[in-house]
Design a binder for this molecule. Structure first.
Ligand code: ATP
Ligand code: MG
Ligand code: MG
Length: 376
């Protein structure tokens, strides 16, 4: 059987490896961590730095296709690998998605709205950008951010020099930061889109879900999102445009802000960011969908036909919503929630996932639990 190479050894690699095994594929995880979460379940592990070219060469010889589990990985080694073995999603997509200015520029070029933004490369430029976007606004490092790290909310009267330092320390990209207009969203959501390798470029989108964050970390996903049908349709349209324009092979998550117009009560969507990989807000698909996001990724990059994205028991999305079925809930288990894990195992309607990651540090994603409706 073929071997799928995965760059990164965290929980996303772990769940991808489990899905790959079910379809008869071997996996080979490449990562620097001493005890990768994915190590327990993948066929081979190479523990090495991402820029160890001799090890990358050996890795490339042993795998048939390569994917990655996080977008902050260095581009050069991924581009290097892609000259030897097919890498999906294409490294060009990775490049766009790891740079917030490039990412938002791309999304707008598809005719899809984002928060207004200004690239910022110095304290002076920051002052100028604030004049344009006003208070409050959000200063983010242009690259390398995740879980809200490298972000500061800019409010009137604050020490801008300090904010600039905090956000741009350790940032080496050509544009260091981005200032974004502050969006007063009603809720946050996401869709995951999958696009296949075959010549018809078959494409499917998972239902729009609602995401609840605390301290910038995802705590809960609700599937489907309790929003009107036209917003579900609009999210699908957005995902189609983006996946087509970016020539996606693989899966890509689109994070969205849902804004409610005070006068009309109408909703509209803004794209926040893109992630060309499985996404935390898609973990519910393991039990909640006919095909999980992880199996879908394997199907996409191995040239299989795509799987069905209907809700569990094959209830089509439209029917699921019109029958007013209870939503599926996914709760993250963070380091500080460690005492809840055991309780979850006794809940008959919950499906527990533990990532075997070692240190249960505060804010670290240690596992998740998916609660299916109707069995309480
Ligand atoms: P992730 O872990 O999802 O990759 P990240 O560090 O890349 O996170 P963002 O997704 O850009 O960061 O922002 C994290 C959160 O901060 C968002 O989910 C949202 O709650 C809030 N946020 C980000 N940008 C804005 C904005 N322009 N206006 C209002 N809130 C925002
Ligand atoms: Mg991000
Ligand atoms: Mg985000």
């Amino acid at each position: 059987g073929s071997t799928i190479g995965i760059l990164g050894g965290g929980q996303l690699a772990r769940m991808t490896a489990i899905a790959a095994a079910q379809l008869g594929y071997k996996t080979h995880v490449y990562c620097p961590e001493p005890e990768p979460s994915a190590g327990h379940v993948s066929t081979h592990v190479t523990r090495s730095a991402y820029n160890s070219y001799a090890d990358l060469d050996r890795f490339a010889q042993k795998v048939d296709v390569i994917t990655y589990e996080f977008e902050n990985i260095m581009c050069e080694p991924v581009e290097y690998l892609s000259r030897k073995v097919a890498v999906f999603p294409d490294p060009k997509i990775l490049k766009t998605c790891q740079d917030r200015v490039l990412e938002k520029t791309f999304v707008q070029s598809c005719g899809i709205p984002t928060a207004r933004f200004e690239p910022v490369d110095s304290l002076d430029m920051l002052r100028g950008a604030i004049k344009k976007l006003g208070y409050p606004s959000i200063l983010k490092s242009n690259t390398m951010g995740y879980d809200g790290k490298g972000q500061v909310k800019i409010v009137e009267g604050m020490d801008l020099e300090q904010a600039w330092k905090t956000v741009t320390q350790n940032i080496t990209s050509s544009i260091k930061a981005i200032l974004e207009e502050y969006i007063e969203f009603e809720s946050e959501g996401s869709v995951i889109v999958a696009r296949g390798l075959d010549t018809n470029c078959e494409q499917v989108t998972y239902p729009l879900v609602q995401n609840k964050h605390k301290n910038h970390i995802l705590r809960q996903t609700i599937a489907p999102s309790p929003l009107p049908d036209y917003i579900h349709q609009e999210a699908k349209e957005i995902s189609k445009k983006i996946s087509k324009s970016i020539h996606l092979v693989g899966i890509l998550a689109i994070e969205l802000f849902i804004v409610k117009d005070k006068q009309s009560g109408n909703y509209r969507l803004l794209v926040n960011e893109l992630a060309p990989r499985p996404h935390n807000s898609g973990h519910w698909t393991i039990e909640g969908c006919a095909t999980s996001q992880f199996e879908q990724l394997v199907r996409c990059i191995c040239g299989l036909s795509l799987g069905c994205v209907d809700f569990m028991k094959r209830v089509p999305e439209q029917e699921y919503i019109s029958q007013k079925l209870q939503p599926i809930i996914m709760n993250n288990l963070l380091g500080q929630d460690v005492d809840q894990w055991e309780k979850q195992i006794h809940n008959k309607s919950s499906h527990l996932h533990i990532y075997a990651k070692g240190d249960a540090k505060e804010g670290r994603k240690m596992g998740h639990v998916t609660i299916l409706p109707g069995s309480n």
